[in-house]
Design a protein around this ligand. Sequence first.
Ligand code: NDP
Ligand code: N5H
Length: 257
Amino acid sequence: MSGLLQGKNIVIMGVANERSIAWGITKSLHNAGANLIFTNRQERSYNKLLKLLEKNEIEAKLVVNCDVASDESIALAFDKIKEDVGVIHGVVHAIAFANRDELKGEYADTSREGFLLSQEISAYSLVAVTKAAKELMTEGGSIVTQTYLGAERVIPNYNVMGVAKASLEASVRYLAEDVGKYGIRVNAISAGPIRTLAAKGVSGFNEKMGVVEEKAPLRRNVDQDQVGDATMFFISDLSRGVTGEVLHVDSGFNIIG
Ligand code: NDP
Ligand code: N5H
């Protein structure tokens, strides 16, 4: 796949550490020849990213802070990207957040504040980022986000995040319609459970991995590299006929009744 993304400037949002889905994506896009720009929120993620880039001999075009909870932060980040890089061809959105204590028990107990927070960080952020990114996508582009089966079905403990992902997936479709006329595509990957920092300590995670091994057609879990390669497909022209789509990278688990 080397060369497919040669000369393409791609923004990756959401590398927290080596286990991040966004890091698997980084490796796939780098192998395809892309120039990479990174955004992160916390200083801890920034420091981890710099070490990972050095260790893997990947040279970032730019690393810029971006807290998607703030319109000002998003504007500053994309202004900086415009200034330093100019045109971009893709954005990888791999960001979500919900209060840990609302990722267990009954969804009916979700607080107003917790509901709005998960929607803001996990779904609205794609809208705000698309609005900022499309201004820099003057040669067309591709935007890819990360979702989970809990958007489509009731999955114990996913609760408020399932509703946020449903909103994210609907946003993928509405955004795809908006920006299609500018030659920009918007798609989502729906990954099976992967052990990452965000997944750490959430109730029922281990059981979910076990059920995939037992029931998914491929009888194994997926990993960050598989999501990385599928994201590479969406970022590249190989998927030029696809937009508004949710692609399951889950060993086929979602087809089993
Ligand atoms: P990680 O913990 O590695 O990544 C989560 C990222 O979200 C972090 O980099 C974090 O940045 C970022 N983030 C949270 N809040 C904000 C904010 N306000 N502004 C900017 N960035 C923010 O976990 P994953 O790789 O698992 O998660 C990536 C995506 O994949 C999420 O959308 C998740 O829902 C989705 N997904 C995960 C699955 C899994 O099993 N792991 C399955 C299906 C989908 P920082 O660390 O700097 O705060
Ligand atoms: C059915 C499941 C298991 C239960 C639900 C898990 C949901 C996880 C998603 C969110 C993103 C987790 C989250 O926000 C955790 C935070 O409250 C606490 N963690 C942090 O603050 C860390 C340090 C930072 C890096 O995290 C974030 N988000 O910034 C779903 C699983 C089988 C699959 C899964 C884990 C899906 C998913 O969407 O991530």
